[in-house]
Design a binder for this molecule. Structure first.
Ligand code: UDP
Length: 405
């Protein structure tokens, strides 16, 4: 099939770890590659944000990335992209209606991409599928007045749930959120993300570490909701262990990063500054070395639409302590493949870390069971196969003849 993937702010080619670049970028890159592996012809459409990139780039994984000229040529924060989605959708509709490459299905990632995709799909007679990746209702609940989403996001997300041919949900928690929002369960297909098991594996190079100290690793974008502050607050309860934080801007720019400074100041005031190390953002290819260097991976977000980092840690054979939220509540089985603790609870987190670091047998048992779980359920191939079946179903839905320009 010809599959268009629309990911307005999250390019599969971007460097990861900074504020707007993380799981969605990885997801789109890995999924596009896996779909190519299944024999599909895949194009990813993302907003151009650099004048130096050409309109279209062919990747080594066999899919194309098309840079859509909607909005300014430089980077714009994702929450400010809404005004350009009309232009984005018109550009897509124009390309797809010209007929040299019209997709059989268009899969949008994130609600803003959904708006552009529905616009183009209706005009070009292309069926549409949407993965939200994150929901406005959840963000509003947790971030309140600090939520920078454009006004109207929740209404758009509700409308999109009915406008697309299928909604792809990634975890049970998202199903419940969407049902509450008014999206019918029958429109949803549950397809969890995968993890690249050729890259994230227990054997391979390991980042340097101090053998005398246990290592707690935590990974993600430098934003408050990822829970790094709670991990630092938990550290006084875990004597002698070091905490390594991977993510954010590259190391040389950390000193200028507002959140990194806040994290360092907190470590100072908790008396653990000598045990907290901020590494900064590292390229995706180096992530497995960091996971393998850890005794435990802590994923402590306040909320998490899916959460790739726990899967990556599990695939590297590292036991995981996660918060009992979103996708993590599905991927980590409490007491069997890892530990789940309540979000925003440094005391519970500290107790869980201390207990696990003191128990080598339990760490081994978690890591072994987690690897089994990864191998049987979370490959990108499996994800691509399941999505291929969804695409095939929606592609058979009769389309009205595209409107004449
Ligand atoms: N990541 C990376 N380099 C970093 C920090 C993170 O490559 O310095 C990757 C990480 O391996 C994972 C993704 O970014 O694939 C983060 O995804 P997750 O779903 O955990 O969080 P999100 O960014 O979607 O909130």
């Amino acid at each position: 099939m010809r599959i268009a993937m629309i990911s307005e702010h999250a390019s599969p080619l971007a460097a990861l770890g900074e504020e707007d670049a993380g799981g969605q970028n990885t997801h789109v890159a890995e999924l596009a590659a896996a779909l190519v592996g299944e024999g599909h012809d895949v194009r990813v459409y993302t907003r151009r944000d650099s004048a130096t990139l050409g309109e279209s780039v062919s990747t080594a994984d066999g899919y194309q990335v098309c840079h859509v000229p909607a909005g300014p040529a430089q980077r714009v924060p994702k929450d400010e992209l809404l005004p350009y989605m009309g232009e984005f959708g018109r550009w897509l509709a124009d390309r797809w209606r010209r007929g040299d490459w019209t997709p059989d299905v268009a899969h949008a990632h994130f609600w803003m991409s959904g708006l552009a995709t529905v616009h183009a799909g209706r005009r070009a007679g292309v069926p549409t599928v949407l993965t939200y990746h994150a929901l406005g209702t959840v963000k509003r609940r947790h971030q309140g007045a600090q939520d920078t989403s454009p006004p109207g996001r929740i209404g758009y997300e509700r409308a999109l749930g009915r406008a697309v041919d299928r909604v792809i949900v990634q975890c049970e928690d998202e199903v419940a959120e969407l049902v509450r929002l008014g999206v019918p369960r029958t429109r949803m297909a549950l397809v969890p993300s995968g993890v690249n098991q050729a890259v994230f594996r227990p054997d391979g190079p390991v980042a340097p570490r101090d053998p005398a100290r246990a290592r707690i690793l935590t990974v993600g974008r430098m934003v408050e909701r990822k829970g790094f502050l709670e991990v630092v607050r938990a550290l006084p309860a875990v004597p002698d262990a070091e905490c390594v934080v991977v993510g954010g801007p590259p190391a040389e720019l950390l000193a200028a990063d507002f959140f990194a400074r806040r994290l360092s100041a907190l470590a100072e005031s908790c008396g653990v500054a000598d045990r907290v190390r901020l590494v900064g953002g590292v390229p995706r290819e180096e992530m497995a070395c960091w996971y393998r260097s850890a005794d435990v991976l802590v994923a402590a977000p306040w909320y998490e639409p899916f959460g790739l980092t726990p899967l990556e840690g599990m695939a590297c054979g590292v036991p995981v302590i996660g918060t009992n939220v979103g996708g993590i509540a599905d991927t980590v089985i409490d007491g069997l493949t890892g530990d789940l603790v309540p979000p925003r609870d440094p005391r519970a987190l500290g107790t869980a870390i201390r207990r696990l670091l003191a128990d080598k047998v339990r760490r081994f048992a978690y890591a072994t069971a987690a690897l089994d779980r990864i191998r049987s359920r979370y490959s990108w191939k499996r994800c691509a196969e399941q999505l291929g079946a969804v695409y095939a179903t929606v592609a058979t839905i009769a389309r009205p003849a595209p409107a004449v320009a």
